[in-house]
Design a protein around this ligand. Structure first.
Ligand code: PLP
Length: 439
């Protein structure tokens, strides 16, 4: 291997000496150095360039260094780099107006946060206050963020060491490929998942439940596209029992599914929405809660007991305005949809025909998962070792992948081109061929 550059070595050494990383035993880490990026590519200090099919943490919907977003941040930095949340600020108002305009008519206001987890915290708080109820129901296959209520609402392993918030209960959402309900069709999975949810509502005590919190399309849990009737069915249960519906669009919002908001593809309208990531592709940390008119009205006379120093930070707000305007001007949401229907969908299906290991392909837009199995009959998940080998084989060919459990998530930026998808598909193909040959 070529000798690493001094900058690359320094970046790595400083990280290992002083940076404490998320969700990891610190001693086992070997972080990749990323020096720069543009569009759907990132590079290190040593001349290696990678197609970023991770979108980092599935957040760079507009790719890296989009000039419109960078210019908007620079322009705002020259005007006013910070401001208290109580002040009225033009960039904040412009950002809120644009977000509301992309949503359905019954949404009125936005409460800005620093990211996704605190958006979830505040959505939960709003639901509890407006209903006067306490419990939050969410699914086992979910991730909602790393703070008090958000991590306890989460279903996966990250919840268990952090269960300090109270008032949470979990249920199973639909997932036909690994059904909890012995279903053999999408319709059956949908019907049984709804029946299960109603049983959980009644068993937990319907009048104690403030909200059902769902990722519209659960992301980290495996890109679990819900069957068509599921979300309308959840909405109907919420209405029947006086429960609010909070949709977590932190990962699936702002173009990822080929819609501005993922719920717009599923015939459902939530009461509260948590967003972050794609709202500005993470160029400045930002998130928020999109609030229905009727819930916002509840706080016209009642105090909302919540706030953040950086709520609606002007650099973040400018980046939101720059990003949404550029997404509009460049047809980025439409691009994500077409990439899904015309390129990734058929391309990944073809890949699965060639490679036995790919047990299931699911997704939409630029939001896909390959569920990898030892054997298609038993659907036994591949081991972590296989995923590591695949990642190594993809990196060696110039693709930065995203993996979770036994899956490779195919999650490029929404601006990805058909040529880049073709290049990625051939890298995935070669990587699977190499790893399968070594099994
Ligand atoms: N909700 C979902 C669906 C997410 O995917 C994430 C992060 O991955 C979060 C919430 C938390 O967002 P953040 O990491 O910005 O706090």
């Amino acid at each position: 291997a070529p000798t690493p550059s001094p900058e690359g070595t320094r970046a790595y050494d400083l990280d290992r000496a002083h940076v404490f990383h998320s969700w990891s035993a610190q001693g086992a880490l070997n972080p990749m150095v990323i020096a720069g990026g543009r569009g759907s590519e990132v590079w290190d200090f040593d001349g290696n360039t990678y197609l970023d099919f991770s979108s980092q943490l599935v957040n760079t919907n507009m790719g890296h260094q989009h000039p419109a977003i960078i210019d908007a941040i620079k322009a705002q930095a020259d005007i006013l780099a910070t401001v208290a949340p109580a002040a009225a600020n033009l960039a904040r108002g412009e950002a809120a107006q644009r977000i509301v305009a992309k949503a359905d008519a019954h949404f009125g206001k936005v409460f800005f946060t620093n990211g996704g987890a605190d958006a979830i915290e505040n959505a939960i708080r709003m639901a509890r206050i407006t209903t006067g109820r306490d419990k939050i129901l969410s699914t086992y296959r979910s991730y909602h963020g790393n703070t008090g209520a958000a991590i306890v609402a989460t279903g996966d392993w990250r919840r268990m060491p952090n269960e300090f918030a109270r008032g949470h209960a979990h249920f199973f959402g639909p997932f036909e490929y690994r059904s909890e309900f012995w279903s053999t069709s999408q319709e059956q999975e949908c019907e049984r998942a709804l029946q299960h949810l109603e049983r959980v509502i009644v068993s937990e005590g319907a009048s104690t439940i403030a909200a059902i919190l769902l990722e519209t399309v659960p992301g980290t849990a495996g890109v679990l596209v819900p069957p068509p009737g599921y979300l309308p069915g959840v909405r109907a249960l919420c209405d029947r029992y006086g429960i609010l519906l909070i949709l977590d669009e932190v990962m699936c919002g702002f173009g990822r599914t080929g819609q501005w908001f993922a719920w717009q593809g599923f015939d459902v309208v939530p009461d509260l929405v948590a967003f972050a990531k794609g709202v500005n592709s993470g160029y400045v940390p930002a998130g928020g809660v999109l609030i229905s008119e009727s819930i916002a009205n509840e706080f016209e006379t009642q105090v909302f007991p919540g706030g953040l120093t950086y709520s609606g930070h002007p650099l973040a707000m400018a980046s939101i305005v720059g990003s949404i305007d550029a997404m509009d001007a460049e047809g980025v949401v439409e691009n994500a949809r077409t990439i899904g229907t015309d390129h990734l969908g058929p391309g990944l299906a073809e890949l699965a025909e060639k490679h036995e290991m790919i047990g299931n392909v699911r997704g939409l837009g630029v939001f896909w998962a390959l569920d990898l199995v030892d054997d298609r009959e038993s659907r036994q998940a591949v081991s972590g070792g296989v995923i590591l080998q695949l990642k190594k084989a993809m990196l060696a060919r110039g693709l930065l992948p995203f993996s979770a459990d036994n899956r490779i998530h195919v999650v490029p930026p929404c601006i990805v081109t058909p040529d880049q998808v073709a290049q990625a598909l051939s890298i995935y193909d070669e990587a699977f061929t190499e790893v399968e040959a070594n099994l």
